[in-house]
Design a protein around this ligand. Structure first.
Ligand code: ATP
Ligand code: MG
Length: 806
């Protein structure tokens, strides 16, 4: 093949080209951050279609977020559109008119991207289930139809709560729905069904949870609903049990591509295996003719073990998928060793940090860009001055760089809760920003309400949705009535809707409830008439108007109601966007998109604003400027990881992900005191990760704040803080355990040179007596955890903290 003429190999190095050129058989691309894995994957899809004449419908590409999927499709569309423009007009893209550019893109959409299956595991396999779920045979005889609803975490937990209280008569304080849901989810992720769960359940509690699991599954089926775990588990079961279905999908998807393969879990791995090998043990699978499986990943960026991801799956790929054609009998591996993203300073910092992990294979990652500027570290008094320092830094950058775009900047943090203080500072300085994560758009009450209407329209069995909207907006249907109908529905074993819409039953009620129910039944029947010939966006508007939802919001006339109304307008916009992106747009498809929209999905290229997000959601992304805040022991790395080496390594990988998001500039922040979990301010020790970055790459460690005024404010704050702390302690009733002022005055400063051991008793000037429970690190890097009487554990730097051994 003539490489010169092939635009999809342009802009790739040799190794990337090899990966893109590879046609049949398995191929693993392992490489560090920013080495062009995702770029290779995208180019490969284009290359398969144009050079190997692969039909787009034979390609299945898995991305980590829906946003990544959308971006990949867009990039592909552009790549292909440029190419046909070049063939047809023989002009560079930049001189093609906008109208023509759009025509080319539309054509590519029609001919190529429309038929491509690109998306997250959940999105792809829920799509597959829409085709074949009715062929699924359940051991317990449970059934689902293609109109199934997808229940998100809130829906799932409310169903579980109902089972715990109503069906099992258990105390929801002892059996917290969230925890029970977690246990069930864990089981599902390992492919464990209720009967097996019951067998291995330990103690009475375990047995009861097993019972909840069994009832929960039945309730899901009765509602014709699936939770997120089912979207993967059911396809595994279906593909295993039904040879016809399996062969169909095996024959259809000849080319599988998976990005971020290090974060695959065993259920997902099972799905890939079933599709690629049609159920044959992968080691023996040899019919690789015109078929491939292509995965890219970086074990150092595996950060989802709490969702059962396991990077051993990546490590095992070569052994698993052997290629009989290749010389060693092992599948091919391509290693990419050049980083195209970051300056060498940033890269050296990241490489040095990650080399502290023991459980890893060392690999090469060379910088291709210049040295760039030093990393800046800022130490702040507390989380408020940290937020101010971040903003101060951003405004300095703005002042020195006229071309600076807010969209080039990301502020990353370990936990969602950290965003609030930063947001407040950004608002104060009028800097535009968007928080990715937090409360998802689709989790907002009004949005969920309207979606519940839509779900009920296509899936009358969906009682969770029905219960949500039966009396929303208010129709005078009382709680007792609802309870009576619910009981009748479970006793008769028929969907709630059938009971609620039975004219006999309604008439038997009389009064306000009956009137309300009749109105509701008429509304739903009426809306259903429009179901088949109305676009999702119009249907949403119909629901909002006919249900009286919008008029109620308008009548309420508060700011909050106005905000809710705007959110509903945004829902209409979302459905319009969905219709634009999908030719065969239907309500089921839109509802699935809404249910599966993830934290990182907010698309925002139109506005120039700063992105705030957790480190977890930043994976795969890049920004010219990155601020990473909260680098403190117990926050990042997280408290839980401090005495668990495996979790600490995972936290370090997360830090590696964070550092490697930056292209040009990296700013690190930590505070010496922080209020966590809405509790007291606590002293904070700088993160061990900071000490793992070579000091010659870092400058700063300076006390920095937004000008003299702020410093004054902070001084005031410090002066009042002790009083405030005392107030809090008094009101929380734990002050009796604290030393009296007399004891506090006796305190004579930190204890230098003491060698600490677990079990040592100490006296802290503010927290009183405590016992050392853990020691982390030594020498310069030492920090210790102390359990104080009547309080939770605290992590302190013994060289700075006001403690003395007693
Ligand atoms: P991560 O591990 O963070 O997901 P990655 O390996 O997927 O990173 P990409 O996002 O594909 O890396 O690429 C990182 C950056 O380098 C992107 O801006 C990309 O456009 C650029 N890039 C990739 N390959 C090349 C290349 N051969 N020449 C120039 N730039 C490249
Ligand atoms: Mg990538």
């Amino acid at each position: 093949m003539n490489q010169q003429s092939n635009s999809f190999l342009d802009g790739l190095n040799n190794e990337q080209s090899n990966a893109v050129n590879h046609f049949e058989g398995p191929l693993l691309v392992v490489a560090g951050a920013g080495s062009g894995k995702t770029r290779a994957l995208t180019h490969r899809i284009a290359h398969l279609i144009t050079e190997y004449k692969v039909d787009p419908s034979e390609i299945l590409a898995v991305t980590f977020t829906n946003k990544a999927a959308r971006e990949m499709k867009e990039r592909l569309e552009l790549l292909l559109a440029k190419r046909i423009a070049k063939y047809q007009l023989d002009q560079p893209w930049s001189s093609v008119s906008l109208v023509e550019q759009n025509q080319f893109r539309t054509r590519i959409y029609r001919e190529v991207t429309k038929d491509l299956w690109i998306g997250t595991f959940h999105a792809l396999f829920s799509k597959l289930l829409r085709f074949d779920i009715e062929k699924f045979v359940d051991k317990e005889g449970l059934k689902w139809t293609k109109y199934f609803s997808i229940y998100d975490e809130t829906d799932a937990q409310s169903l579980i709560k109902e089972i715990i209280i109503q069906d099992m008569n258990l105390d929801p304080k002892r059996f917290e729905p969230k925890k029970v849901r977690w246990a069930i989810s864990n089981a599902k992720n390992q492919g464990i069904l209720p009967d097996q769960f019951t067998q291995s359940a330990e103690g009475q509690r375990g047995k009861l949870i097993a019972q909840v699991y069994s009832l929960y599954r039945k309730a899901l089926a009765a509602n014709n609903a699936l939770d997120f775990d089912d979207l993967l588990l059911l396809p595994v079961q279906l593909l295993k049990q039904n040879e016809q279905v399996r062969s169909y999908w095996h024959n259809r998807f000849k080319h599988l591509l998976v990005d971020e393969y290090q974060d695959t879990n065993w259920t997902q791995y099972e799905l890939i295996k079933l599709l690629v090998t049609n159920g044959i043990n992968p080691s023996f699978f040899s019919s690789w003719s015109k078929r491939s499986v292509f995965v890219v990943g970086d074990a150092d960026q595996s950060i989802y073990s709490f969702r059962a991801a396991d990077f051993r799956i990546l490590m095992g790929f070569q052994e698993d998928f052997k290629n009989k054609n290749s010389l060693q009998g092992l599948s091919n591996v391509v290693k990419l060793e050049e980083n195209y993203r970051s300056t060498s300073t940033i890269l050296d910092a990241a490489n040095s940090l990650i080399s502290n992990n023991k459980e890893r294979l060392d690999k090469v990652l060379k910088a291709t860009r210049g040295e760039g500027e030093l990393i800046k570290l800022t130490r702040c008094d507390d989380e408020i001055s940290e937020a101010e320092a971040v903003v101060h830094r951003l405004r300095l950058l703005e002042a020195h760089n006229k071309d600076l775009k807010w969209g080039d900047i990301a502020i990353l943090y370990r936990t969602n809760a950290q965003s609030r203080v930063i947001e407040e500072s950004l608002v104060r300085w009028n800097i535009p920003y968007i928080v990715v994560g937090g409360l998802r758009f689709y989790d907002r009450r009004e949005v969920k309400d309207i979606l519940a209407y839509l779900r009920l329209l296509i899936n009358p069995s969906d009682s969770v949705s029905l219960l949500r909207i039966l009396n929303v907006p208010k129709r005078g249907i009382g709680k007792t009535t609802v309870q009576r109908f619910s009981d009748a529905s479970s006793q008769l074993g028929i969907p709630l809707w059938e009971v609620v819409s039975d004219p006999e039953a309604i008439r038997s009620l009389g009064g306000r409830s009956a009137k309300g129910l009749l109105k509701f039944k008429e509304l739903i029947d009426d809306l259903r008439l429009s179901l088949n010939n109305t676009e999702p966006s119009q249907l949403i508007q119909l629901v909002m108007e006919k249900s009286g939802y919008i008029s109620e919001l308008i009548a309420t006339a508060t700011d909050e109601a106005e905000e809710r109304r705007r959110n509903l307008q945004e829902l209409v916009n979302a459905s319009l966007q969905y219709q634009e992106e999908n030719e065969a747009a239907d309500l089921e498809g839109f509802l699935a998109t809404a249910a599966l929209a993830s934290d990182a999905d907010k698309k925002d290229t139109a506005h120039d604003r700063i992105t705030l997000m957790t480190l977890h959601s930043s994976k795969g992304l890049e920004f010219p400027i990155v601020c990473l805040v909260g680098l403190e022991q117990g926050l990042f790395p997280s408290y839980r990881s401090l005495d668990d080496p495996a979790s600490l390594e995972e936290e370090r990988r997360l830090c590696y992900v964070g550092l490697t998001r930056a292209k040009e500039r990296l700013f690190l922040f930590h505070a010496t005191e922080r209020r966590i979990w809405g509790g007291m301010r606590e002293p904070a020790v700088s993160s061990i990760f900071l000490s793992e970055i070579p000091s010659e790459l870092i400058e700063g460690d300076i006390q920095l704040a937004g000008g003299a005024a702020l410093r004054r404010e902070r001084r005031m704050d410090r002066l009042t803080r002790v009083d405030r702390r005392e107030d809090q302690l008094n009101s929380s009733g734990i002050s009796k355990n604290l030393p009296t002022n007399a004891v506090r005055r006796k305190y004579s400063g930190p204890a230098p040179g003491v060698s600490w051991e677990v079990g040592n008793k100490v006296l802290h000037s503010a927290f009183g007596e405590g016992e050392v429970t853990h020691i982390f690190g030594s020498g310069e890097k030492i920090s210790i955890a102390i359990k104080f009487v009547g309080m939770g554990p605290k992590i302190l730097d013994p060289r700075l903290a006001p403690i003395q051994p007693i």
